[in-house]
Design a protein around this ligand. Structure first.
Ligand code: ARG
Length: 603
């Protein structure tokens, strides 16, 4: 093909940092310009081929171009297929595509050079790193603030917070991998009216709390008791209301009790984060309290506020209720805090992108805050404000996830259960001789796999779907589960180890120029590995961790097909195949890292 159209033209090559897809898209755009010069700015619509045997990338533009030409009365081509053929003929000579064929319906299927796929895999195996997408794909390095997890003080973290923590952590990991400046912010609910009753209850139930601080092992019980007093006793209710005012005015005693409550909660949250391997910086609601009046006055100046029965509100088109930035009693609430926070983040901290991860129920609240910020002129044209909403966690009965006695499930119990079950299943494997881990190793492996299973079960579907929490499903060794993937990876690592013991070191072998695509299953796997950075880029753009899971699963399936058909150890192609195994291992480990799942080299 290159020779046919080459003529005098110098072959085109990808620019530095240009992905294969981008380059192929650029080639097709040029070919379209040449084949249909009268049309301006045609999108070449280049995608991965739906059917791998047809090729690697397909250009879907010919049908549209045929219609567009016909519309202008241009009859140079008599069918989409003729357009496709002209596009294929006009592809500039280049260093990437080795063939282009036209399907009857007109699309052009193109295949890329095997040497390119092989070189990519050798480099990945040698460097031990899967390349991130180029930072220029995002218009440069961005300062990103991810607001996630964000449980409420004095309340137990529930499965909803687990989802936010897991999804938010993966989004952060992906953005960090791309090289952005990421701020992981825990917007804890440490302010608001509930503190009135909590502080009043503390004063009542533990009058000597300063000299004799209570050992509150279960803040949920404390919260419930306070709430009961609040609901049952008018005098207590009145006192609680006054206490909120005193707290907000900075009363030292109230502040002291408040700080004590925050501290107890903080310790509990920290235990969960430690187990999950998640880091967060706590900047709670209280942090923004002093910034609220200024933010409100900016909204007022922008003409966005309305007085509604003494409350200051912001009405936005298409929403049936307003943002309440100041209540009629002069108090500030959730809306006030988020308005001050968004202003602070955009204007004071100079954050480019802000991503919020909460349940879908809060989507409208955030979209209203985004709109208000935009109308107030706080946003910039390259800036992004996103809400990633997630659905409800359900029990196997399809109802909201509860314990047998109807209580909300405590996060720590849930994680413990997953680990316990995994430990049992690993012990059974040891007993059956399927696995050679020592008792200590079983314990640590069970933790990694148990936590990984919970994370993966959450991440492997679109966040907006409700999902049924099922230990049996998430801990299954087959299907799209963390357990299956971790086992597959450990098997792969063992092949690489065995080859090394036989004198073929994957990293060393990778430094030799070699054909890694001689067998169709080798090529299919190699091609899949080259897709890594594109997947990462798409997650960094759309904040959908599920794409990493889908990709990881696909890689694992392609790997299984490869090892099923291609013998690795002691084969004539052992060196080539071990390099492919190693490159696959590097890419799988990069995916596990992005998902916050700890992998094992041996199970
Ligand atoms: N504390 C809230 C909750 O438990 C989530 C906070 C989300 N972040 C925010 N900036 N409002 O639902």
């Amino acid at each position: 093909l290159a020779n046919e159209v080459a003529g005098e033209e110098k072959p085109w090559s990808p620019a530095q940092d240009e992905s294969t897809l981008e380059f192929v898209t650029r080639l097709f755009a040029e070919a379209i310009k040449r084949a249909a010069p009268s049309l301006k700015d045609q999108d070449p619509v280049v995608q991965r081929c739906a059917i791998a045997s047809f090729g690697d990338f397909q250009c879907n533009a010919p049908m549209g171009i045929f219609k567009a030409l016909k519309g202008q009365g241009d009859t140079s081509y008599n069918s989409p297929r003729a357009v496709g053929a002209a596009i294929a003929d006009n592809l500039p000579p280049n260093s990437v595509l080795v063939s282009a064929s036209v399907a009857p319906a007109g699309f052009v299927n193109a295949k890329i050079d095997n040497a390119l796929l092989g070189d990519f895999c050798r480099e990945v195996a040698q460097k031990g790193k899967a390349p991130p997408p180029p930072i220029k794909a995002f218009g440069g390095k961005r300062k990103v603030l991810v607001d996630f997890s964000s449980p409420n003080i004095a309340k137990e973290m529930h499965v909803g917070h687990l989802r936010s923590t897991i999804i938010g952590d993966t989004i952060c990991r992906v953005l960090e991998y791309c090289g952005h400046d990421v701020h992981r912010i825990n917007h804890v609910g440490d302010w608001g009216t509930q503190f009135g009753m909590l502080i009043s209850h503390m004063e009542e139930a533990y009058p000597d709390f300063t000299s004799n601080p209570p050992n509150i092992t279960d803040l949920t019980v404390f919260y419930k008791n306070a709430k009961k007093r609040f609901d049952d006793d008018e005098a207590f209710k009145k006192k609680s209301r006054e206490t909120v005012v005193a707290l907000q005015a900075g009363d030292p005693r109230c502040r002291e009790i408040w700080a004590l409550l925050c501290d107890i909660s903080r310790k509990e949250f920290a235990r969960v984060y430690k187990r999950l391997g998640v880091t967060l910086e706590e900047v709670g609601e209280s942090h923004y309290n002093s910034m609220i009046p200024n933010a409100i006055s900016l909204l007022e100046k922008a003409g966005l506020t309305t007085d509604s029965d003494g409350a200051t509100t912001v009405f936005l088109e298409g929403h049936s209720f307003p943002l309440i930035v100041k209540k009629s009693d002069g108090g500030f609430g959730y809306d006030s805090t988020d308005i001050a926070a968004i202003h602070h983040r955009l204007k004071t901290l100079g954050v480019d992108w802000v991503v919020y991860v909460t349940d879908l129920g809060q989507a409208e609240h955030f979209h209203m805050c985004f709109e208000a910020a935009e109308k107030a002129g706080w946003t910039s044209s390259e800036g992004r404000l996103c809400h990633v909403g997630f659905g409800v966690v359900q029990g196997e009965d399809g109802k909201r996830f509860k314990t047998r006695s109807g209580e909300t499930v405590r996060l720590v119990d849930l994680l413990d259960e997953s680990v316990t079950r995994m430990e049992k299943s690993l012990k059974d494997r040891v007993a059956e001789g399927k696995c050679a881990l020592s008792p200590d190793e079983v314990k640590s492996a069970a933790e990694k796999i148990g936590y990984g299973a919970v994370k993966y079960a959450d991440l492997h579907q679109h966040p907006a779907t409700n999902y049924k929490f099922s230990y049996d499903k998430m801990l299954s060794t087959s299907g799209n589960t963390a357990v299956y993937l971790l086992f597959a990876h450990a098997r792969l690592a063992s092949i690489v180890r065995k080859a090394s013991a036989k004198g073929v070191d994957a990293k060393k072998a990778a430094s030799n120029k070699m054909d890694l695509c001689a067998h169709p299953k080798e090529r299919a796997l190699a091609f899949e590995l080259t897709q890594f950075s594109g997947v990462v880029a798409s997650v960094a753009e759309e904040f959908l961790p599920v794409r990493v899971c889908d990709y990881l699963y696909k890689v694992s399936c392609k790997f299984t097909e490869f090892v099923t058909e291609c013998k690795v150890l002691d084969d004539a192609r052992m060196a080539e195949r071990v390099v492919l195994c190693e490159a696959t291992g590097v890419v799988m480990r990069a995916c596990f890292d992005l998902l916050g799942i700890e992998y094992l080299m041996q199970i």
